[in-house]
Design a protein around this ligand. Structure first.
Ligand code: AMP
Length: 159
């Protein structure tokens, strides 16, 4: 039930200096950061991270977007963390994302706009979709010795 999930603040979030506000959204529900780094993704790594999308028509734009500047990569730990993070982030298309979600509160892109411009939807965050996906993505982005546990980070378990 206590899960770990990967969250990326994508280049658009870093460029807009939103990292502090976005991290706060996850921390304030009680999720704990157990891993964090800044990284500049190259094309080869993008193809690994977005393996499920490589053959899709929007992949070229997606690769351009994810490689255009550094990202903040984090692992959050908490109760039902995968589902909880996705709820906080909101649906893929900011146009449809309700107020109160990150994409509803900080972004405005639509599929129509992105497709017309031939770019990826700018929606600030990547978050693992399922527990299995989270396990694969956490292992892709972090070595075991870069991850910490509640006990070592916070001394006492607060959940
Ligand atoms: P996901 O793995 O579901 O987060 O999808 C990867 C990312 O690709 C999304 O967060 C968007 O930034 C982008 N994306 C997904 N579908 C489209 C689309 N039809 N057109 C443009 N960008 C898209």
């Amino acid at each position: 039930m206590i899960e770990r999930t990967l969250v990326l603040i994508k280049p658009d979030g870093v460029q807009r200096s939103l990292t502090g506000e976005l991290i706060q959204r996850f921390e304030r529900v009680g999720l704990k950061i157990v891993g964090m780094k800044m990284a500049w993704v190259d094309k080869a790594f993008s193809q690994k991270h977005y393996a499920a999308h490589v053959k899709k028509p929007f992949y070229a734009g997606l690769e351009k977007m994810i490689t255009e500047g550094p990202v903040i990569a984090m692992v959050f730990e908490g109760i039902h963390a995968v589902e909880l993070v996705r709820k906080i982030v909101g649906p893929t298309e900011p146009r449809k994302a309700p107020p109160g979600t990150i994409r509803g509160d900080y972004a405005q892109h639509s599929y129509e706009y992105a497709d017309k411009k031939g770019i990826a939807i700018k929606n600030l965050i990547h978050a693992s979709g399922t527990k299995d996906e989270a396990d694969v993505e956490v292992a892709l982005w972090f070595k075991n010795n870069e991850l910490h546990s509640y006990k070592t980070v916070h001394d006492v378990h607060v959940l």
